[in-house]
Design a protein around this ligand. Structure first.
Ligand code: SAT
Ligand code: MN
Length: 601
């Protein structure tokens, strides 16, 4: 299945929501002149438009309808097998100088890159429809909210962006008619979905993104990683706010005391599961609610950090999602959902590795081939995804639409580490917390192409998403801290530590509530902790482990520091900082020396 289908011609009243802002019209004209589409479809986000595009997508095999009794208004899309994840090696930050992009980004000279892309886009939409999508990132009344336009030749992108953003009239209204208003220009073309002609290019100074040659989520839903994080982080530094790869959740105690917590984990490390956590029976009366599962925009207000979710949908990893691991996600994806690259059963159901119940006797796998439980291949791609509206989430926080955002009590960093990093610890203060975030590492996942399971440094989970020099990004965190009179406490977690037998020591999922509870206790000044060289560690008694079937030794191991491992870890921090070539702020170098000294005592 692919999305390279011929142009579609909508009936009157559909596809004609032409905006009035002259700057937008001029830009669309320029791109249409270059790409030569058969026609232009101006999206308004209406229900009629959705129905028309769904019908066309079904007719052209871009989508397959699922069993409507089980999954109302839900569909399966298969991307090209060569196009199933973000492509970091083909992702570029095109700033005037290489230094502005910094040591962690692929840099390309803007003039040359525009020229190359212009050549690739020349005539690229011949015989196709060019969709113009207005969208808004953030709730209508937030000062941080941004407007973007995405031009695309993919119906899948239109239908997905409709879920992931506030799309259509609402964005046009927010933009207004001022031709000098700030808005993001996004151009996407599938071209021929060839990895040799696949480039995801960002021009932060021009607030512009151009993505070609891919039809997969993160590469083509330009609102998400491209605007909300790469361009977003660039704008955030300039405008003194923060664009981060974080989930945001609310925790309410049985007495009705509520805290909001933000957590930065790399892609496919459980952000969605954590954001939708259901506390175990022992935590009767506790409630966790979701503000966001992937991206948070934060600003300073009354000396505190306030965070909001710029998105309007979830683009979550499917494999492993079940009623056991994430019941709220399962309920969310039971209707009005687009699945990408999962398996299709004979009765129009979907299947993936880790779903509840036995596998089907026969299915069509993510590539479109026959599959049985005996097959060697996976039924669903490890990076298969659901695209579902936030309103589907039964645990949605009541304040998600609040323009001012929610006040953040704690920031949590975390990654996948089989060893070294304990289950949880608290940084001594903001700058120490920034250091712990800057040096965090995680085993790589299927969310990006390349090797899986390799430990790599992923500062603040932003390695693939920071749109400027990482040294300046670290400094921005330090500078924000200076402006906070009531900063969030900073923590690190690691749900993924393994024992000598290679098995996970911690049960994870809902049981992570036990760690969250300690974090909340610390925010309220009531939780106990022991001072260690890396920060405040809970003793086993400080964690509420009642009714949890876990071995004492496992708990000791989870909370323990192995000096030899930490010597290696600190050496790896140094190696990482050195590899960045002198951009790391002095303050973080100082933090590293203090940490190293702590282990020499
Ligand atoms: O493909 S995406 O970049 O949108 C998902 C992720 O990697 O977090
Ligand atoms: Mn993500």
């Amino acid at each position: 299945m692919n999305d390279l289908a011929p142009a579609i011609f909508p009936p009157k009243g559909i596809g004609d929501a032409k905006p009035s802002n002259k700057a937008v019209l001029d830009w669309v004209h320029e791109i249409a002149t270059l790409t030569q589409p058969e026609n232009i479809f101006w999206c308004d986000g209406s229900e009629r438009e959705r129905e028309f595009l769904i019908a066309e997508s079904l007719r052209q095999n871009v989508l397959i309808e699922l069993n409507g009794k089980k999954f109302p208004r839900s569909y399966l899309h298969r991307s090209s097998p060569n196009d199933v994840a973000r492509v970091e090696q083909f992702t570029f930050v095109c700033t005037p100088t290489k230094e502005e992009a910094g040591p962690t980004n692929n840099w390309a000279e803007p003039g040359e890159t525009y020229a190359k892309l212009r050549e690739l886009l020349s005539g690229a939409m011949r015989g196709r429809t060019m969709f113009v999508i207005p969208y808004m990132m953030g709730p209508a009344d937030s000062p941080l909210t941004k407007v973007g336009f995405e031009i695309t030749d993919s119906k899948y992108v239109v239908l997905s962006l409709r879920i992931m953003t506030r799309m259509g009239e609402i964005a046009l209204k927010r933009l207004g008619n001022d031709p000098s208003a700030e808005w993001n220009r996004g151009v996407h073309s599938l071209l021929d979905v060839n990895p040799d002609r696949r480039f995801i290019c960002h021009f932060p100074q021009d607030n512009t993104i151009i993505s070609v040659g891919s039809g997969y989520g993160g590469n083509v839903l330009l609102s998400k990683k491209c605007l909300a994080l790469r361009i977003g982080s660039y704008l955030a530094r300039k405008q003194n706010w923060m664009a981060e790869h974080i989930l945001i959740l609310g925790v309410e105690s049985p007495e009705g005391r509520k805290h909001y917590v933000a957590a930065a984990f790399p892609s496919a490390c459980g952000k969605t599961n954590f954001a939708m956590l259901i506390p175990p029976a022992h935590f009767k009366g506790w409630k966790v609610t979701t503000v966001g599962d992937d991206i948070g925009w934060m600003r300073i207000r009354d000396g505190r950090l306030y965070a909001g979710n710029p998105e309007n949908g979830y683009f979550g990893v499917v494999p492993g999602t079940s009623y056991k691991s994430n019941p709220n996600a399962m309920r969310s994806i039971a209707h009005d959902t687009i699945y990408t690259n999962v398996a299709l059963t004979d009765d129009g159901d979907v299947w993936w590795e880790g779903k509840d119940g036995p596998p089907p006797a026969h299915a069509i796998d993510w590539r479109g081939d026959d599959w049985t439980p005996q097959s060697k291949e996976k039924a669903a791609h490890p990076n298969s995804r659901f695209t579902t509206p936030t309103r589907n989430n039964p645990a949605l926080d009541p304040d998600v639409e609040k323009g001012e955002g929610v006040p953040i009590s704690a920031i949590i960093f975390g990654g996948r580490r089989s060893d070294t990093v304990p289950l949880v610890y608290q940084a001594f203060d903001w700058n120490h917390g920034v250091y712990s975030g800057a040096t965090m590492a995680s085993e790589t996942t299927a969310a990006a192409t390349g090797a899986v399971g390799r430990v790599r440094r992923d500062p603040m989970a932003m390695l693939p998403f920071c749109g400027y020099n990482i040294g300046d990004y670290f400094q921005h965190w330090l500078d924000i801290g200076k402006q906070l009179t009531n900063p969030p406490l900073i923590f690190n977690v690691n749900w993924f530590r393994k024992g000598a037998d290679g098995k996970f020591l911690w049960p994870g999922f809902g049981e992570n509530m036990r760690v969250l509870k300690w974090i909340i206790d610390r925010c309220e000044g009531s939780g106990g902790a022991l001072k260690s060289p890396i920060g405040w560690l809970p003793s086993p008694h400080d964690l509420d482990l009642a009714e949890l079937d876990i071995d004492h030794n496992a708990v000791d191991e989870l909370l323990g520091l192995d000096h030899e491992e930490w010597q290696k870890e600190i050496a790896a921090h140094k190696e990482f900082f050195d590899s960045l070539g002198g951009v790391v702020p002095e303050e973080l170098q100082k933090q590293r020396e203090q940490l190293a000294a702590g282990f020499e005592l």
